[in-house]
Design a binder for this molecule. Structure first.
Ligand code: OGA
Ligand code: MN
Length: 220
């Protein structure tokens, strides 16, 4: 992929979009934006996904490092970590880094590192209600999901439900192309409903640094 991808520092436009995300996170703890990520970046990520082989995806697991396990009752998606080796992967990580810097500057979130993966939910796949981080148990602070599904229809299913309170009032997000969701990882249980067609996204997490003298965390 040689087409040049617009970088977040090319103009002040992203700063304005970051402000929308920051304000929503500050006031509600989550943000849903339909055009925050540059459309050419979304398009190159989508093209990249289409060129990937099935073998590059592995069954997704639950937990971290030693506690990691694959459990098909909880989640059925397949994932591929983004390492920045492709042009669009690098541009994506760069954009997420700009957002991280903005949120640290304005909201003092102390975000330290970022990890993200492509996710593929085959028809019927789901991810049952979970937290991305339990209070005090992991250093994931802010979760992010970007959807890459052109022409998604209401009947296709696959919505993300973010639970807001104990009465299970929820916000429902359609995984349409270019929609970006961010939420505080410790605050919101959420789930992915089964979809009728292939559902593509990138899920990512900003982490805080919880290293101690004898343990480097995050390890990378
Ligand atoms: C996750 C997750 C939500 C989605 O990967 O942890 O909650 O809508 N994904 O894909
Ligand atoms: Mn999640």
């Amino acid at each position: 992929m040689s087409a040049r991808i617009k970088r977040a520092d090319d103009s002040g436009a992203d700063e304005w979009l970051f402000a929308g995300i920051g304000e929503e996170i500050y006031s509600k703890g989550y943000s849903i934006q339909h055009n925050a990520v540059p459309v050419d970046l979304c398009e190159s990520l989508f093209m990249h996904l289409q060129q990937m082989d099935d073998e590059q995806f592995v069954n997704a697991g639950i937990g971290r490092q030693r506690d990691y396990s694959v459990n098909g009752f909880v989640r059925r998606d397949e994932i591929c970590w983004i390492n920045g080796n492709s042009d669009c992967g690098a541009a994506w990580l760069d954009w997420c880094q700009q957002l991280q810097a903005y949120l640290n500057r304005k909201l003092f979130l102390g975000l330290f590192s970022f990890e993200s993966h492509f996710a593929h939910y085959a028809p019927g796949a789901f991810y049952k209600t979970h937290y991305d981080s339990f209070r005090g148990e992991s250093n994931r602070r802010l979760s992010l999901v970007l959807y890459l599904n052109p022409g998604w229809l209401p009947d296709d299913g696959g919505e993300l439900l973010i639970y807001l309170d104990e009465d299970r009032n929820s916000v429902r997000v359609t995984p349409g192309f270019g929609t970006l969701v961010t939420f505080l990882s410790e605050q919101f249980p959420h789930e992915v409903l089964p979809a009728k067609r292939d559902r593509y996204s990138i899920a990512g997490w900003y982490r805080v640094n919880s290293s101690t003298e004898d343990k480097v965390d995050p390890a990378s």
